[in-house]
Design a protein around this ligand. Structure first.
Ligand code: FE2
Ligand code: FE2
Length: 282
């Protein structure tokens, strides 16, 4: 991979300015997400699960602090300091990942009857924590993936996340909201299809990693992500205005909207590098 390429993942020779900027961008986004996961998990526990509630609250405070620290730094902060901060945050992300997997185990062995978090949701938030910790490791090691690999991997990751979101929305809307439940189910099917396509492209690597195929892949995904993002925004507004019946927390509606928006930004960044770059690696 060429060191002069400055894409999201494709720069091996990360300059220190870029390293600081990318690190802070990831941490500001994902620390808030991790903080909110702690809240959602806590809300899903039963009143008697005091130990789990306490653990969730501790993670909430931890990621709130991390978020504040990330906002107190700026692009001029010493890269060494950011490197240490990345390690600390990576440890926190690893710990919340372990906590989420523990909760998943308790649910799947029927130790929390009546609790309100779907197993797939707990698995989903653990995958997001794992993604976050791996990004921090990559940043600190300075060896990021080649652009074509990063394009396929990120899309496989985020398409599944989007497919899950559509399923959660469909199941947390009141069953009497028939039209909206239908829309959510259609998005779920659409993203399942896109995910299978992405996995097919992945299995055809490296032969599938041509600029025209990757470009078309990004364009096709973008159309669906943009429309899911708009649906989430509408749902969020309707929930905030108390216009629809659901058990979706308004913050959860906003949370999944932000994740779709993040995926769109990543697609656009990849697209710019794919079509703008003259020397693409094979
Ligand atoms: Fe999330
Ligand atoms: Fe998510």
């Amino acid at each position: 991979m060429n060191g002069d390429d400055t894409s999201l993942h494709a720069d091996t020779g990360v300059t220190s300015g870029l390293f600081v900027e990318r690190s802070l961008n990831e941490i500001r986004f994902w620390a808030r997400i991790m903080k909110e996961h702690s809240l959602f998990l806590r809300l899903g526990f039963r009143a008697e699960d005091t130990q789990l509630i306490q653990e969730a609250n501790q993670f909430y405070r931890l990621f709130e602090q991390i978020e504040q620290t990330a906002h107190s730094f700026n692009n001029q902060t010493d890269p060494e300091q950011i490197r240490r901060f990345n390690s600390e945050v990576q440890q926190a992300a690893t710990n919340i990942f372990i906590f989420k997997r523990k909760v998943l185990g308790l649910i799947l062995t029927c130790k929390l009857p009546g609790a309100n978090n779907f197993p797939l949701l707990v698995d989903h938030v653990s995958r997001e924590a794992n993604y976050f910790r791996k990004r921090l490791i990559e940043l600190n090691e300075g060896k990021l993936q080649a652009l074509p690999d990063a394009i396929i991997k990120e899309n496989v990751f985020f398409l599944r996340i989007m497919a899950d979101h559509a399923k959660f929305i469909g199941h947390l809307l009141d069953p009497s909201e028939r039209k909206l439940v239908d829309v959510a189910r259609n998005f779920s099917n659409d993203f399942d299809q896109l995910l299978f396509q992405a996995r097919d492209l992945e299995s055809m690597r490296p032969q599938s990693q041509t600029v025209p195929l990757l470009d078309q892949f990004l364009d096709q995904n973008r159309v669906s992500v943009a429309s899911l993002r708009d649906f989430k925004k509408t749902a969020r507004d309707l929930i905030e205005q108390c216009k629809i019946k659901s058990i979706i927390h308004p913050l959860l509606a906003d949370h999944v909207f932000r994740e779709a928006d993040r995926f769109l930004e990543i697609i656009d960044m990849f697209d710019a590098h794919l079509t703008g770059g003259s020397s693409q690696p094979g």
